[in-house]
Design a protein around this ligand. Structure first.
Ligand code: SAM
Length: 414
C-alpha cells in the first residue's frame, strides 16, 4: 500500500519516526471517535499465525458494508476452514444488521436492537460462535475484552489495555496474551470519508489515521515466539533505586533489566512484548513513588526461579484458595504439568523427581517468591492411590495448611 502525507509519498520508516506520539490514540479518545477501520492487510497478516480450522467466527462492531474483517473472512472462508461467519454493527443512524455467511450464501437481517456488543442480542450471538474477532471501540476496550474472553477471541486493541483494572488480572493469570504482529508499531486505520482531521491518505485517496500504540490481544494459541530476553546489565543499588512506597526496584528501560536480581522490579509496560512466561512472573501493575515523584505505569515482575514451573504450554487452573483437599482433587484429574493458582497469590504444581515415591507438591507464595516442596512419601505405587492413602497424607495436609498460614501471617506483618 502506498501512503501519502501532505501530497508526498512517504514510507513506513518515516512513519515509524513520527509514530512515537500518542497523537492518534489521544485524538480518538478526546473526540470519542471510535470510527477507525482496520485494513485488510493488517488483518490477513495477523491471521497467518492462528489455526481457525473448524471454528465459527463472530465479528461484533463490524458493519458488513465496510468491514475488512468481514471481507477477509468471507474471501478466505474455505482456506481458513471456517464453519460459520457472522458480523453485527452498531447503529450509527444507518441501521444495525446481522450478516451471516456459510461459505456459499449470505444472509442479512436487521437486528432488533442497536448492535451494542453488550446487548442480550449480541451476547447470545457471541455464545453461538467459537471465536470473537474484531477491532472494538477504543473507549470500551476493557469491557469488550471481559465480554469477549468468555469465548476464544482475537482483537485489535492497544498496549495500554494492560493498565485496565478488569484486563490486568487476565494478563497476569496468563488467560490472555499478545498477538503476533504490529505491536506498538503505529498502525494506520481508514477513517470515515467525511473526517475533517486526517494526516495520511492511501493511493486511492482514502483518509487514514495512525494509532501509535495498537496491538493484538488474544486467548487463542498462536505461533508467537517466546524468546528468552537476553539480559546484559548487572544490579547495583545506585542504578536501580528502590521505590519509596513499594519494595521493588525501578528499571526504567526494558533493556536495563539486571540479570542477577531476584527481587521484584518495576518495568515499563512495553515489557509485555518481551515477556516470556518461562523467564519472568508478572506480579502487579501500578504507578509508584520514586524520590517523591510518581513514575509512569510500571509492571512489577520478578525472574522465574530455575526450578519454578515453566508456564509455556502449562494449563493454569484457578481456585479461590489452595488447601490440601483441593490440591489432591486437582491433581487427580489434571495434567501433571498444570498449575493450580489461587486468587490470594499462591500457586501449586506437581513435582516428581523421578519415582512415584519422590512425588509431591511445590507451593509458591507469588507475593514473596517463597516456595516449599511437600513430598508425599513412598508407600503406594501410583499417584492417584497415593493421594487416597489417608494415613500417609495426614501430616502433609497439616504441613501445607501450616505453611500457607505462616506465609499469610508474614504478608500481614510486612
Ligand atoms: C475502532 S472501530 C472498528 C470498526 C471495525 N471493527 C473495523 O475494525 O474496521 C470500532 C467500531 O465499534 C463501534 N461501536 C462503538 N460502540 C459500540 C458498542 N457499544 N457496541 C458495538 N459496537 C460499537 C463503532 O461504531 C465503530 O465502528
Amino acid at each position: 500500500m502506498k501512503i501519502y502525507q501532505n501530497g508526498q509519498e512517504t514510507n513506513d520508516a518515516a512513519l515509524t519516526t513520527c509514530n512515537n506520539t500518542n497523537e492518534g490514540l489521544n485524538r480518538a479518545r478526546s473526540t470519542k471517535n471510535d470510527e477507525f477501520y482496520t485494513q485488510y492487510e493488517d488483518i490477513a497478516l495477523e491471521l497467518e499465525h492462528y489455526d481457525l480450522k473448524g471454528k465459527s467466527v463472530y465479528c461484533p462492531c463490524d458493519d458488513y458494508r465496510k468491514s475488512q474483517f468481514v471481507k477477509c473472512f468471507t474471501d478466505n472462508y474455505e482456506a481458513l476452514g471456517l464453519t460459520g461467519l457472522c458480523a453485527t454493527n452498531y447503529n450509527l443512524g444507518d441501521g444495525a444488521y446481522k450478516y451471516e455467511y456459510d461459505g456459499r450464501n449470505t444472509f442479512v437481517t436487521e437486528l432488533q436492537g442497536d448492535g451494542d456488543f453488550r446487548s442480550e442480542e449480541c451476547t447470545s450471538i457471541r455464545d453461538d460462535y467459537d471465536v470473537i474477532i474484531t477491532n472494538p471501540p477504543f473507549s470500551l476496550a476493557g469491557d469488550f475484552v471481559v465480554w469477549a474472553a468468555k469465548k476464544e477471541f482475537l482483537i485489535l486493541g492497544n498496549t495500554n489495555l494492560i493498565t485496565l483494572k478488569n484486563v490486568f488480572p487476565l494478563i497476569k493469570k496468563n488467560k490472555i496474551w499478545l498477538g503476533c504482529t504490529n505491536y506498538n508499531t503505529g498502525m494506520l486505520f481508514r477513517l470515515p470519508d467525511d473526517s475533517a482531521s486526517f494526516k495520511y491518505v492511501d493511493e486511492h485517496d482514502n483518509k487514514l489515521g495512525r494509532v501509535s500504540t495498537s496491538c493484538w490481544w488474544t486467548n487463542l494459541e498462536n505461533d508467537r515466539a517466546y524468546n528468552i530476553l537476553v539480559l546484559n546489565k548487572t544490579y547495583n543499588p545506585e542504578s536501580y533505586p528502590v521505590y519509596d512506597d513499594c519494595d521493588a526496584i525501578e528499571v526504567s528501560k526494558v533493556c536495563n533489566i539486571p540479570c542477577d536480581y531476584d527481587g521484584v522490579m518495576g518495568v515499563p509496560i512495553t515489557f509485555l512484548d518481551k515477556f516470556n512466561p518461562d523467564q519472568f512472573i508478572i506480579l502487579a501493575i501500578g504507578s509508584f513513588m520514586l524520590n517523591g515523584r510518581k513514575t509512569y505505569k510500571r509492571i512489577l515482575i520478578r525472574r522465574r526461579k530455575a526450578n519454578e514451573a515453566n508456564a509455556i504450554g502449562v494449563r493454569e487452573v484457578e481456585t479461590d484458595s489452595i488447601d490440601f483437599k483441593k490440591l489432591c482433587e486437582f491433581y487427580k484429574s489434571a495434567n501433571k504439568s498444570d498449575v493450580l493458582r489461587s486468587e490470594d497469590g499462591f500457586s501449586a504444581r506437581f513435582v516428581n523427581k523421578g519415582n512415584i515415591w519422590d512425588t509431591g507438591f511445590e507451593l509458591t507464595d507469588e507475593v514473596s517468591g517463597k516456595s516449599e516442596t511437600f513430598m508425599l512419601g513412598n508407600r503406594v505405587k501410583d499417584f492417584v492411590s497415593l493421594l487416597e492413602h489417608k494415613e500417609a497424607l495426614d501430616y502433609i495436609e497439616y504441613d501445607i495448611d501450616f505453611w500457607l498460614y505462616c506465609c499469610q501471617e508474614e504478608r500481614k506483618a510486612a
